[in-house]
Design a protein around this ligand. Structure first.
Ligand code: GLC
Ligand code: GLC
Length: 651
């Protein structure tokens, strides 16, 4: 609303804070006195962020008659959670505020793992810190570890209680201890905020099932098919092999419930201000346990609007921004990472200092696999040229594999612009990575084939997709060598292209697919379990045979990760794709702090030449140091790159 060109919101924002704050200060006075100095800082942040918080909340809930009450409850929660914030985390807040770009450093390197699969229990995770240190890790994402249903629970993504740890893994106190130990070691703890849905066993869902109208309002429930049918026309099925449609009939309620993912994952209704407030409290609770990066799960689905596909709605962004403002005020050390595995135009909209400072980079991930299969870098080159840049103060999280499937999320017009038919290309990629394509080395599994649309995605570990499983089975050293090179090629790009590289635990030692899920009734319908392996390998020098394939990978991974840390040019920031004149060679330039690196990579199964015309101009002296091998290279005659090899030239 705009009254004669005058924006009334800032003024109203100030007014409501002026009304609310003194009352709350009086109410909390005895608890505020001992922390007067910190409280002063808190208030500065509150004043700094309040206008935008007010305006987001107004956009979402301003039309509701009790908006002032909403504001008051949220502000109260904010103060309470800040008061409970442990002293060492408040000091961390200070440090991070003084150094807001900490996560952009080339020193940042991450890993993601399941506690049960990796160390059985939380308490035992600490014993693995030396292992993390060898890899140079500074960022540790623990997959969902909260209480969740005993049977199927979508790998923990159906949360029954955001404040308790699954007893099989440990306790909340142990989590806090782990966080503190990691912090001392310079490793940031990352957890999921599964905030699009709860499990159907969450207290809120149980109360809703018992007919409590307040809690029924936490979810979307419908007495008949009228509205569900209207919505359904535009929705896509996320797990089409498991069931069709986004609604589940609940016997107890005698109503349909909105369940975008599995039938036991109930979507939360963010149009209800109480849901926002309740989830804000859960978020701030997690922040106070020592979480430094919160992975916002399934952000795209947060807001529903009839007549749309209910993905990436503007209010989804507003909701996240409102959470962001709360975090900036009460737990400024904590950042958000967005998990939006959608069209690249949409992915990028979640990435902003006021929204998610970090984001998965699904486009780079899928196009690296695409280029590996086709041995042709044109789509990768084109897409990275036009789509890599992010707002200042943000960074990509670059990954090759994660716990989920691979979907081919490139833009159709990008593909067409270089003469690729998107639909048949996706079909080819699926066939290639599931090993159906003649001559393919990949051992992926189909994930969630949609009988209606023909869509399908791919599961499988990095190594199995890159040919190692097949090569080992055939016991063929030449094939093993090829697979190893393919993997190191991808990893080398992941650590150098700009952003935070995130390793999927197990990939550092060449973990191959685990087919035991086929015998587990709780997993058999979800092929993602093929790459969520229970197998463990430990880098124990004293016991191990240092010539094993595991050691070979481990050394390569540790080398790449540690080399990255020594090169200031790899600080997050500018990345320029560089022309190579050869469709098999992908090259880019990184520059920072007086250092420039030219990275050239060969995606072909054969050796390739970079013509002098494309390299000489970068290397005025005619000779440059290749950081990957530590040798100096002459470029006057161009560059010969063996298959799947790369150079990192200092230019
Ligand atoms: C995210 C998770 C995925 C899960 C889904 C539902 O996409 O990565 O594993 O199935 O959300 O929570
Ligand atoms: C879809 C969703 C993504 C989720 C995935 C689970 O791709 O967009 O959020 O992680 O399904 O497989």
């Amino acid at each position: 609303m705009n009254h004669g060109g005058h924006d009334w919101k800032p003024e109203q924002a100030r007014k409501s804070l002026k009304r609310l704050l003194p009352e709350l200060e009086a109410e909390f006075s005895t608890r505020l006195e001992p922390v007067a100095f910190d409280w002063h800082r808190f208030k500065n942040r509150l004043h700094r962020e309040w206008e935008r918080l007010f305006s987001y909340l107004h956009e979402l809930y301003g039309w509701q008659y009790d908006f002032h009450y909403t504001l008051e409850r949220i502000l109260r929660s904010l103060i309470e959670s800040w008061l409970e914030r442990p002293e060492d985390l408040r000091r961390l807040d200070e440090r991070r505020e003084a150094e807001p770009e900490w996560f952009q450093s080339q020193e940042m390197v991450g890993i993601v793992l399941y506690v049960d699969l990796f160390s059985d229990q939380l308490a035992k995770l600490k014993d693995n810190i030396p292992y993390f240190k060898k890899l140079g890790l500074t960022y540790l994402h623990l997959m969902p570890l909260f209480v969740s249903p005993h049977g199927e629970n979508d790998g923990g993504y159906a949360v029954s209680d955001y404040r308790s740890i699954n007893p099989d893994l440990g306790t909340m106190q142990e989590l806090e201890e782990v966080a503190a130990v990691l912090r001392d070691e310079g490793i940031s703890l990352v957890l999921d905020f599964v905030f699009n849905h709860t499990s159907d066993e969450h207290q809120w869902a149980l109360r809703a099932k018992s007919g409590d109208p307040d809690y029924m309002g936490f979810y979307f429930t419908f007495p008949d098919r009228e509205l569900p049918d209207q919505f359904q026309r535009y929705l896509r099925d996320i797990f089409p092999e498991v069931r069709a449609g986004s609604f589940t009939w609940n016997e107890q309620l005698q109503r349909w419930v909105w369940t975008t993912f599995n039938s036991y994952q109930w979507d939360l209704n963010y149009a209800n201000a109480e849901v926002f407030r309740a989830m804000a409290e859960e978020m701030l609770f997690l922040a106070n346990r020592g979480v430094e990066v919160l992975r916002l799960d399934a952000v795209a689905f947060l807001w529903k609007r009839l007549g749309t596909d209910c993905e990436n709605q503007p209010e989804a962004h507003t909701t996240i921004r409102a959470f962001n403002a709360l975090a900036r005020i009460a737990a400024p050390a904590m950042l958000f990472k967005s998990e939006a595995i959608v069209h690249p135009n949409e992915v990028i909209r979640y990435v902003h200092p006021d929204e998610c400072q970090l984001s998965y980079n699904p486009l780079l991930m899928s196009l690296l696999w695409e280029a590996l299969a086709t041995q042709d870098v044109r789509l990768l080159d084109h897409s990275m040229r036009t789509r890599y840049r992010l707002a200042a103060g943000c960074a990509w999280v670059n990954y090759l594999r994660c716990h989920d499937d691979i979907g081919w999320t490139f833009d159709d017009d990008d593909a067409r612009s270089i003469g690729i038919d998107p639909a048949s290309h996706r079909r080819f990629l699926n066939q290639f990575y599931t090993g159906e394509f003649p001559g393919s080395y990949a051992r992926g599994k189909k994930f969630q084939e949609n009988a209606l649309t023909g869509d399908v995605r791919v599961s499988g570990t990095l190594s199995s997709l890159a040919g190692l499983e097949e090569a080992l089975e055939r016991d063929d050293s030449e094939l093993i060598e090829r697979a190893v090179r393919r993997i190191t090629l991808l990893m080398g790009i992941q650590v150098s292209i700009g952003g935070l590289p995130l390793l999927y635990a197990g990939d550092e030692y060449g973990m191959i697919n685990d087919y035991t899920y086929l015998h587990d009734p709780r997993k058999v319908n979800d092929s993602r379990w093929v790459h969520r392996c229970r197998k463990r390998w430990e880098a124990k020098e004293d016991l191990a045979d240092l010539d094993t394939i595991e050691w070979r990978f481990f050394r390569e991974t540790a080398k790449l990760f540690n080399l990255r840390k020594q090169l200031p040019a790899l600080y997050n920031g500018g990345m320029e794709v560089v022309e190579t004149g050869n469709p098999h060679l992908f090259a880019f330039l990184r520059a920072h702090a007086e250092q420039r690196l030219l990275v050239v990579t060969n995606f072909s199964e054969t050796d390739q030449q970079l013509h002098p015309r494309f390299v000489v101009p970068w290397v005025p002296g005619g000779e440059a140091l290749d950081h990957l091998t530590g040798t100096r290279i002459t470029v006057a005659d161009g560059l010969m790159l063996e298959h799947h090899r790369a150079v990192w030239l200092e230019v």
